[in-house]
Ligand binder design. Structure first.
Ligand SMILES: [Zn+2]
Length: 311
């Protein structure tokens, strides 16, 4: 049961829109919500090349609706406008490498203009959310109902060994690679790509490594963890080819967006819990818009015909 919040003197009060006439709730300022997000995903834990934190927003503006999404693209910003959101939190940065213009004639500049004109703040939690506890790969593992054992690449600054990149997971009941791929296809949001598999589809999987987003730099850690399979995204021909030649490791390649989207639900639940604790009048939403850039998939036509004479 939700406990009535203690309202500090001098704070603005208003009736909650949560359907409890008479209950008082606080409308937090952006700075307060950002402080809560920074506590979950401190900016200093982001990679040095990353661009995390608040991109757009007035610290004093009030926040009543928050939308979580993977990509800060036009469809998502339009959705935030339609929803009446005051804050959009995305996993991917808007400007990763800096810019010299936010002119509305560029698609990123148009995003900035739309956000500011509609009083919507934008905050980014990227590699600081990847390595968090819980983080992006915990959400990915959770979506497939996998039991997380430990980080794949532990963060050396975490004495408890819980933070880090990727996660090593155990299956309570062994599955074949084919069955695990089917589970990933069923449990992750639908995309045109679906799940690609490298390696023997009938091999048994007991230990699986997962990493939301691009994971082909993690093969050494995956092998060291003794994983039978690795679920990630953006696997390229040569690293994948070499990985399966090196050992019997099976690879499951999902759409990048699909591997990171479960984090939005996790993050929204975390902010909801914080909001309840503070007695904030905050509505937290997760975008279901698929922003994976790949929009269609044509399966190869099965044929027994030979491919033709080698040339
Ligand atoms: Zn990503």
């Amino acid at each position: 049961m939700r406990v009535a919040p203690v309202v500090p003197a001098g704070r603005r009060r208003r009736y909650s829109r949560a359907g409890h006439p008479g209950s008082l709730a606080l409308v937090p300022r952006l700075s307060e919500v950002i402080a809560a997000l920074e506590n979950l995903w401190p900016a200093e834990r982001a990679e040095s090349w990353d661009a995390v934190g608040t991109v757009v927003g007035d610290p004093d503006q009030q926040v009543t609706r928050v939308l979580f999404a993977v990509d800060p693209v036009r469809e998502i910003v339009d959705e935030a406008v339609k929803l009446g959101a005051d804050l959009l939190v995305t996993h991917h940065p808007l400007y990763l490498r800096g810019t010299t213009t936010v002119a509305a004639s560029t698609f990123k500049g148009r995003v900035v203009h739309t956000l500011i004109k509609n009083d919507i703040a934008l905050h980014v939690a990227h590699t600081n959310a990847d390595t968090a506890d819980p983080g992006v790969s915990d959400a990915l593992a959770g979506a497939l109902d996998l039991r997380v054992v430990r980080p794949l690449v532990p963060d050396p600054t975490d004495p408890e060994g819980r933070r880090g990149l990727g996660r090593v997971c155990e299956l309570d009941h062994p599955l074949t690679v084919r069955e695990l791929a089917a589970r990933a296809a069923a449990c992750l949001p639908a995309t045109a790509q679906g799940i690609r598999v490298a390696g023997d589809p009938e091999a048994t999987v007991r230990t699986v490594a997962v990493s939301g987003g691009s994971g082909d730099s993690l093969f050494d850690a995956v092998r060291a963890a003794g994983a039978d399979a690795f679920l990630t995204a953006d696997l390229r021909h040569h690293p994948a080819s070499e990985a399966v030649a090196h050992s019997p490791l099976a690879l499951l390649d999902a759409a990048h967006w699909a591997t990171e989207w479960p984090w939005c639900e996790l993050a929204a639940a975390q902010l909801d819990e914080i909001s309840d604790r503070h007695g904030w009048d905050l509505r937290v939403h997760v975008s279901k818009t698929v922003t994976d850039p790949w929009t269609a998939h044509a399966a190869s036509t099965t044929t027994d015909e030979p491919l033709g004479a080698p040339n």
